[in-house]
Design a protein around this ligand. Structure first.
Ligand SMILES: [Mn+2]
Length: 269
């Protein structure tokens, strides 16, 4: 357990349901840190087909449910992303977390605002289906990355250069922060962690948890920091099935068998 107690810890773009989701690492990261507020900044789910969630994905949700227990006095906030739109009711029932479109708070007199960021991605808004296809393709390419690094890099360039997603979200977020009189604005969506400051407004992107280099952001008296998660040396992928029944986060290890609801099968339509 880390000695630091952060005011806020923010992570985004875990894409539960995708094979690339680093759900186990994300859960361990949450267990290793202390914080008074946790913001899940969108696209925690890849889509709303719960049959795609594996044991580790359910364990992450169990961890969130534990953290949101009022006794812990941690404010857990879910900000909707484009991949997990429509979760408001299901998430509040399943893990007891409130869902917001955007969430703002004041810490040490500084106005903070968290919003997923797809709102500033005109490509997503105008070409919803195609954009989701590109996003799915990108995840697929990352998976194939082990064998074909070049192809993945091409898709990375496609995403970052041709779509210029990262800078578009940054520009939109900066403008939105000014409109909302926020001093600091936090977004996800791009899967690229970064920080920028411009005329008194600070922009942070929390990155994501589908890549080789998962990131999260913390806020405390020393300011805002982007962390790269480093896996514990004793923690290996191959031990995935080892028994963790003694873990306080063992809830949801087995899917509770949610009733099938066709409305939650996919997003973007
Ligand atoms: Mn997104």
């Amino acid at each position: 357990m880390s000695l630091a107690v952060y005011d806020t810890l923010i992570l985004s773009d875990l894409h539960l349901g995708s094979e690339l989701s680093r759900a186990r690492d994300a859960r361990h990261m949450l267990e290793e840190n202390s914080f008074r507020r946790l913001i899940l900044l969108g696209d925690i789910f890849s889509d709303l087909n719960f049959r795609r969630l594996n044991k580790e994905h359910w364990k992450f949700l169990g961890c969130i449910r534990k953290l949101s227990n009022p006794k812990r006095e941690i404010e857990v906030v879910w900000v909707e992303g484009n991949h997990d739109q429509g979760l408001t009711n299901i998430m509040s029932h399943l893990v007891g977390v409130r869902v917001y479109q955007e969430y703002d708070w004041i810490y040490e007199g500084i106005r903070h605002l968290a919003i997923h960021g797809h709102q500033f991605d005109r490509f997503v808004l105008n070409n919803y289906l195609f954009s989701n296809m590109v996003s799915a393709l990108h995840l697929h390419m990352q998976k194939m990355d082990f064998e074909r690094k070049r192809l993945s890099r091409f898709v990375d360039r496609f995403n970052t250069r041709w779509l210029r997603l990262s800078s578009k979200v940054e520009l939109g977020a900066m403008a939105h922060a000014r409109l909302r009189h926020a001093d600091r604005i936090f977004c996800g969506h791009t899967h690229v962690a970064l920080s920028r400051e411009e005329e008194g407004v600070a922009y942070y992107n929390t990155g994501g948890w589908t890549d080789t280099c998962p990131t999260y952001v913390t806020v405390d008296t020393e300011g805002v920091r982007i962390h790269e998660y480093r896996r514990r040396s004793d923690d290996r992928d191959s031990s995935e099935e080892r028994s963790e029944d003694d873990s306080p986060f063992a809830d949801f290890a087995d899917p509770p068998g949610l009733p099938e609801n066709p409305d939650y099968k996919s997003v973007g339509r």
